[in-house]
Write a protein that binds this ligand. Structure first.
Ligand code: A3P
Length: 301
């Protein structure tokens, strides 16, 4: 038995050139053939960009702001993770596609796939997509802590080493280049039914962003519902909500004592971690890799 599969992972596999957890790569044939339904709503993000936050907001919208209904199950069961497949010894979760097959419509579907790997059925069925992006400095810090607490990842090394891993986007970075991810989805937004949101905007004015989502979905909600959604999906509320904070995941898979899944929930935490030299190097790399794009990020709010 390959013991590394059930402890910390030694290294990632590769999915069409994108570094990814070996167990996800093994499950890929089922994901590639996934049959979307026209009323599926896809939540797409690069990891650590506010996926869970957006998922909770959408589940609340789908349940007209009924807090109790949104406590019916853990977020990873309410919003299945399309390409997720983990050995049963690590988590009792069924694979994302299995869970999705059993989920009644209208379904919310989570993915971190780069746009070129999204199963074609989502495009064929013309499904709506909400993409959320977050500035890369906060993403890399959040990802660094997540690598430590979620055992599916290889050891991230020191922060300096992980910053290099992030910038190089080589074999050690699950889901590959952040730059290609955010840019790939950004370029598609002209053509498709895609709403592109930013974590920083959501921090600054969550009410405005929730209204944007409602308009995109063509939904109207009763007075007071938006306020209830905003309260229930605040960082403080989600952090103490066992249905949203991932604490029901087995410790063998996620160890919250190393770092909680809902860790800080702010914009600009990178400033507490980057040295001046690291920041300058990161800025240079960022400028080179975002050149020619009209996609801009707020590094703090
Ligand atoms: P930090 O590690 O910076 O705290 P994802 O869900 O994509 O994995 O993203 C996780 C990040 O989103 C974590 O960032 C987490 O704290 C943050 N997050 C989750 N819920 C949030 C909320 N309600 N408000 C603000 N940030 C939230």
């Amino acid at each position: 038995q390959d013991s590394g599969r059930y402890g910390r992972q030694e290294e990632l596999g590769s999915l069409h050139g994108i570094p990814l957890y070996k167990c996800f790569v093994e499950g890929w044939p089922q994901v590639e053939d996934f049959q979307a339904r026209p009323d599926d709503l896809l939540i797409a993000t690069y990891p650590k960009s506010g996926t869970t936050w957006l998922s909770e907001i959408l589940d609340m919208i789908y349940h007209d702001g009924d807090v109790e209904k949104c406590r019916r199950d853990a977020i990873f069961n309410r919003v299945p993770f399309l390409e997720m497949k983990v050995p049963e010894m690590l988590t009792p979760c069924p694979a994302g596609v299995e869970l999705l097959e059993k989920t009644p419509s209208p379904r919310l579907v989570k993915t971190h796939l780069p746009i070129q790997l999204l199963p074609t059925s989502f495009w064929d069925k013309n499904c709506k997509v909400i993409y959320m992006a977050r500035n890369p400095k906060d993403v890399v810090i959040s990802y660094y802590y997540f690598y430590q607490m979620a055992k599916i990842h290889p050891d991230p090394g020191t922060l300096n080493e992980f910053l290099e891993t992030f910038m190089a986007a080589g074999v050690g970075l699950a889901y590959g280049s952040w730059y290609e991810h955010v840019r790939g989805w950004w370029e598609k937004k002209q053509e498709k039914q895609l709403l592109y949101l930013f974590y920083e905007d959501m921090k600054k004015d969550p009410q405005q962003e929730v209204q944007k989502i409602l308009r995109f979905l063509g939904k109207e909600v009763a007075e007071g519902t938006v306020a209830r959604i905003l309260h229930h999906t605040s960082f403080q509320e989600m952090r103490k909500n066992p249905a949203a904070n991932y604490e029901t995941m087995p410790t063998a898979f996620m160890d919250h004592s190393l770092s909680p899944f809902l860790r800080k929930g702010i914009s600009g935490d990178w400033k507490n971690h980057f040295t001046v030299a690291q920041n300058e190097r990161f800025d240079r790399h960022y400028r080179e890799h975002m050149e020619g794009s009209d996609l801009h990020f707020q590094m703090e709010v």
